[in-house]
Design a protein around this ligand. Sequence first.
Ligand SMILES: [Mg+2]
Length: 157
Amino acid sequence: MKVIFLDFDGVLNTFEHLQKVADRSEWHVMIDPEKVKLLNEIVEATGAKVVFSTSWRKLHASNKLFKFLKLNGFKGNHLGMTPDFNDNSHRGLEVAKWIRDCEVDIQSFVVLDDTKQFSKMPQRHVLTDMFTGLLPEHVEQAIKILNTPFDNSKEFL
Ligand SMILES: [Mg+2]
């Protein structure tokens, strides 16, 4: 199984997109469907499934987050969310914990996130930012990473 650990803010949206959104009572409108198209490209090329690592998971169940993606045209599937350590500086540790606890064999994974909280897994991290969000070059990078087998004896675990 291939896994995409997915952040939302700064990956699936940008400052520019958020400024355009007038009514923020609907969460899904804060996601940019153009960014979801790029995410679809990663999913279509690799068959990877999404695990939510976004801070949005502190407010919504994973089925709800999945629904927000579907409303924006997402064609993939999801496997739930990373645990919440209640500490914004440890998103990488939350990802590592999810991988350790996962009962299915993980062939490879990639982290899409605009924060630098993944110092123990730099080779698995595609760093985006709030100005551009996910870009075609990130898609290419993510596909390359997902096509590189994960060896947890040699990587961060
Ligand atoms: Mg973010």
